[in-house]
Design a protein around this ligand. Structure first.
Ligand SMILES: [Zn+2]
Length: 147
C-alpha cells in the first residue's frame, strides 16, 4: 500500500503530532484515512461529499489564518486531490469558457469536451468540479448542441 502523508478523505496531515489519528483497517493495518473519517473498514459519514469535507475544515483553518476565503480555496485544492474523491473516476482537467445559457431560465454551463456516454456509459453524471479554484457540485447532461 502506498504510504500517504495525509488522510485521503479530509486532508488531515499525518505528521508525528497527528500519527495517532491514522485509522486502522479491519485487519489492523494502517488506513489511508483518519479516525474522524473512517472506522473499522467504513467511512463514518459515507454520504459526505467533497464539499462537506471542505466546509468542515474551513473553520479550523480560518481560526489559524483569519482568512476564510483563502482557507476555502486552499482546502478545495487539497481535498479535491485526495483519493476518496478521485478514485471513483478519472479527474478531467481542461480549460473552458463559461457560457451563458439561452435555454429555459438561463444560467451558465461549460462544455465537457468528452463523450459522456463513452466515458461513463450513461447520459447524466454527477461531478465534483472546481472552476478557477471555486468548488462546484452538479451534473453533466447530454444536450444537443446545434452548430
Ligand atoms: Zn480524515
Amino acid at each position: 500500500m502506498e504510504n500517504y502523508l495525509q488522510c485521503q478523505s479530509c486532508g488531515m496531515t499525518f505528521d508525528e503530532q497527528h500519527k495517532q489519528f491514522i485509522a486502522k483497517e479491519k485487519n489492523g493495518s494502517d488506513s489511508i484515512y483518519c479516525t474522524y473519517c473512517y472506522k473499522s473498514g467504513a467511512f463514518i459519514a459515507p454520504n459526505a461529499t467533497m464539499q462537506d469535507m471542505i466546509e468542515i475544515a474551513v473553520p479550523h483553518f480560518t481560526r489559524k489564518t483569519g482568512d476564510e476565503e483563502a482557507a476555502r480555496k486552499y482546502m478545495t485544492e487539497v481535498v479535491s486531490g485526495l483519493s476518496r474523491w478521485t478514485a471513483k473516476g478519472k479527474t478531467y482537467e481542461y480549460d473552458a469558457v463559461i457560457q451563458s445559457s439561452d435555454i429555459g431560465k438561463g444560467g451558465a454551463y461549460v462544455v465537457f469536451p468528452y463523450n459522456i456516454r463513452e466515458e461513463f456509459g450513461k447520459g447524466r453524471v454527477q461531478v465534483h468540479a472546481t472552476f478557477d479554484g471555486e468548488p462546484y457540485v452538479g451534473s453533466i447532461v447530454n444536450i444537443c448542441r446545434r452548430p
